[in-house]
Design a protein around this ligand. Structure first.
Ligand SMILES: Cc1ncc(COP(=O)(O)O)c(C=O)c1O
Length: 390
């Protein structure tokens, strides 16, 4: 068959590191092994029933069978504003400060194309969520990595960014609670970030995907709670994690009106918003009771406690994450993140994601997703114990 050549832009996209891990895992499962997969970030529990019911009802409404307005339903934008007022005491103008997204990922990939020109710099956390790299590549911009080090509580150190780099930077990605490290940020960190970004006119893009998952009684801070946040950036929120709606593909951006306008403009050319039924269900999620989200956070916190206790009991010196549903653990001496991940898969049928897949500064760590039952987490620890590595 005739084979058409890929465009240069496609060939330049970053490699999907985790595709090879997923392949190895699938092969082991096909071979008949009972694999405990702590390597992925896919929520394991279902969407709360009242949200599903709302979708079912909405599917029967012919209004939702038509194209949605290009920029999304007004009622959903109003629901976003009420959600931010209720949860974070932040005022949002639903008409100018909300952009509806086909999942957080879409917005994160679109943002560099909205704000950066070829050759501009985008500041990216390392380790970090690899989809940030995709948007930078599509915009033909350059990445400058901001190391997230354990000794800095996984926060970037702005004093390490060279002056010339800061001058050329257009966008900065941040993400707290953090994937992959489980680190969290408070208002004083966002204040420092705003001071730095404001000086160089860098747009801050705070990815708040794990906004509902903070442990030990600490509710994660929204970037928009900080003074002058809206003047200096946006926050991207997704319903995937808070409401177990990963498959529904819905999120939104809130904040600086000029950036929201840019996102909407690009999206006018890419999509025709989302199915109206999903927008109704999202409204339901945002304005109805938040109890299920709190319960879900409690579930992750219990799993975290089991994971950390069990691994400490077998001699692995691990630290408890403060938020997100990920834990970030140092691999034992003599292993790289990849060789350790391969070793666990081969000898214990346990999957942990090698830190190197999240960037250079992820080397020496593995990411553990707490997306299975406490029982399976205990079983994983017992299997690792038998390897006598600690
Ligand atoms: C840090 C981070 N940001 C954004 C997303 C995107 O989520 P979604 O596209 O489902 O909204 C994820 C998903 O895993 C994530 O881990």
């Amino acid at each position: 068959m005739k084979k058409f050549e890929k465009s240069v832009r496609l060939t330049q996209l970053p490699e999907q590191f985790f595709a090879s891990l997923a392949k190895k895992v699938t092969e082991r499962v096909i071979e008949g092994h009972d694999v405990i997969n702590l390597g992925q970030g896919n929520p394991d529990l279902p969407t709360p029933d009242h949200i599903v019911q709302r979708l079912k009802k909405a599917a029967e409404n012919p209004v939702n069978h038509k194209y949605s307005p290009f920029r999304g339903m007004d009622y959903l934008k109003r629901a976003v504003a009420s959600f931010y007022k209720r949860e974070y005491d932040v005022d949002i103008n639903p008409e100018t400060e909300v952009s509806i997204l086909l999942g957080g990922k879409a917005g994160l990939v679109e943002i560099p194309q909205c704000l950066a020109n070829p050759g501009d710099i985008v500041l990216v956390p390392d380790p970090g969520y690899p989809d940030y790299w995709s948007g930078v590549s599509l915009a033909e911009a350059e990445m400058h990595m901001m190391p997230l080090l354990e000794e800095n509580n996984y926060l970037p150190d702005y004093s390490k960014i060279p002056e010339e780099t800061a001058q050329k930077a257009k966008v900065m990605f941040l993400n707290y609670p953090n994937n992959p490290t489980g680190g969290v940020a408070d208002e004083s960190f966002f204040k420092k970030t705003i001071e730095f970004a404001d000086k160089y006119d860098i747009c801050i893009v705070h990815d708040f995907a794990y906004g509902s998952i903070g442990f030990d009684g600490v509710k994660p801070t929204s970037f928009l709670q900080a003074d002058r946040a809206k003047a200096n950036g946006i926050e991207i929120y997704t319903l995937s994690k808070t409401f177990n709606m990963a498959g529904w593909r819905i999120g939104f951006a809130v904040g600086n009106a000029s950036v929201i306008e840019g996102l909407d403009l690009l999206q006018d050319h890419l999509h025709v918003s989302l199915f109206g039924g999903i927008q109704e269900a999202a409204e339901e999620a945002l304005i109805a009771s938040y109890d299920a989200a709190v319960e879900l956070k409690d579930t992750y916190e219990k799993r975290r406690n089991v994971l950390v206790e069990e691994l400490q009991a077998i001699g692995w010196d691990v630290k408890a994450p403060k938020g997100s549903f990920f834990a970030w653990f140092k691999v034992p001496e003599g292993f790289t993140s990849t060789s350790f991940s391969d070793y666990l898969l081969e000898h214990a049928n346990v999957v942990m994601a090698p830190g190197i897949g999240f960037g250079k500064y992820g080397e020496g760590y593995v990411r553990v997703g707490m997306l299975t039952t406490e029982e399976r987490i205990r079983e994983a620890a017992q299997r690792i114990k038998k390897l006598n590595l600690f």
